[in-house]
Design a protein around this ligand. Sequence first.
Ligand SMILES: Nc1ncnc2c1ncn2[C@@H]1O[C@H](COP(=O)(O)OP(=O)(O)O)[C@@H](O)[C@H]1O
Ligand SMILES: [Mg+2]
Length: 451
Amino acid sequence: MTWFMVAGVVVVAAAGLLRWRRPAWYWLTFGVLIATVRVLVRYASVMDACGLTVPPSRWRLTLARVTNRPVPESHVPRILRLRPTRTGLVLRLKLRPGQDAFDVSAATDRLRHSFGMYGVTSREVRSGVVEVRMTGYDVLKQVQMPAKTETRPMRVPVALREDGSVHYRDYRAVPHGLTLGATESGKSVYQRNLVAGLAPMDVALVGIDCKQGVELFPLARRFSALADNPDTALELLEALVSHMEEVYQLIRAEQRISVAVPDAEIAADIWDLPDDIRPVPVVVLVDEVAELALFASKDEEKRRDRIITALVRLAQLGRAAGIYLEICGQRFGSELGKGITMLRAQLTGRTAHRVNDETSANMAFGDISPDAVLAAIQIPAETRGIAIAGDSTGGWHRIRAPHTSLRQAVNTCNKYADRTPDVPALAAYRPAAGPLPSARVPLSKTAPATA
Ligand SMILES: Nc1ncnc2c1ncn2[C@@H]1O[C@H](COP(=O)(O)OP(=O)(O)O)[C@@H](O)[C@H]1O
Ligand SMILES: [Mg+2]
């Protein structure tokens, strides 16, 4: 008997320790069972308390009265399926007549408390069927991506959503993306995750990093072209525009459409071409985009206008030629000059990390969803990397990318260095294969003497 008690105490202590230190393991060992039992046992009373029941129909009331039985109880939504997952439970409910998906989504916070879960979200699967996703612990606190994710060309599992599902960056569904966020909010880590996710795929990576290349140059071995200052960036972008024109020529030759058809009206894209002649898709990553749009002199202003024009052209016409833009910046509004709002309108996939003011959040979501603007401002400063991401249906999610260090990203890029395709038009900007020249001169030796 004492042994039995000792074993019981040990198990409880282990569960408590796991729950405190390793919530993900706790969930997989104890949490999932306890939560399933709790949800099933409390289901009817919780639904009743949360106002998610419908009163018995008139004929059942009449039948009860005629046969002198007790008054029948209210109906709760029927459970179609209860599926445990790695991070929580997924409940599929069939609504009763008169209920709607909004009733459930309005009650998610009450359900969360009543079932003792960490988070609850709901969405309509089809008419009358609602999926309630519950998480057992804070999955964004320490992001662990599932080992197996769906793989599709040009679709990168880049972050985890707060409901425990995977957030994909799907270039074929949403060609161009804009990532905003204050400094130190996690933009570069997000971009690094994208690069690491794209590295094993058949894709050419092009980087423009005007922060002297500190973020992207270490990953150079997987990049087909890189630029670290606005002058090179301009040449590189213009080379990309001519690459795009060549791809259109190729598509047109393949289609045998007459010369009179303007490029923009060609409906087909590179994915319709046979595999052997299809040009590689190109993802253009721009870090700190404002550096490209600022100018101090007349010459620089001319350069800036040409850069923005090239970017706008790539954003407008690039998708069908397989050129996708991924732009990161702290702000991206009209104060950066003409052409910026036009470019922004083309960047469909929006992600906002923590921002300092409402106007910055508006630059990402003002024209999409006011709720998302509010959510972006409310991201706490200490949880870096949390972001609000729009999805293709017009909804939004809180996401967080795994904390990939620069070292891990460099290793991934080196591992797949042999997959780096040669894009002839960009050959001049291909980074040298060897180690980068190291600048080991201590700053104090180059800086003018101060004392
Ligand atoms: N997803 C994340 N998970 C954990 N920590 C993160 C995450 N993203 C960023 N950080 C932390 O925040 C720091 C700044 O991130 P960074 O991407 O360089 O910011 P930004 O490019 O927006 O200035 C990183 O060094 C890292 O320590
Ligand atoms: Mg950065």
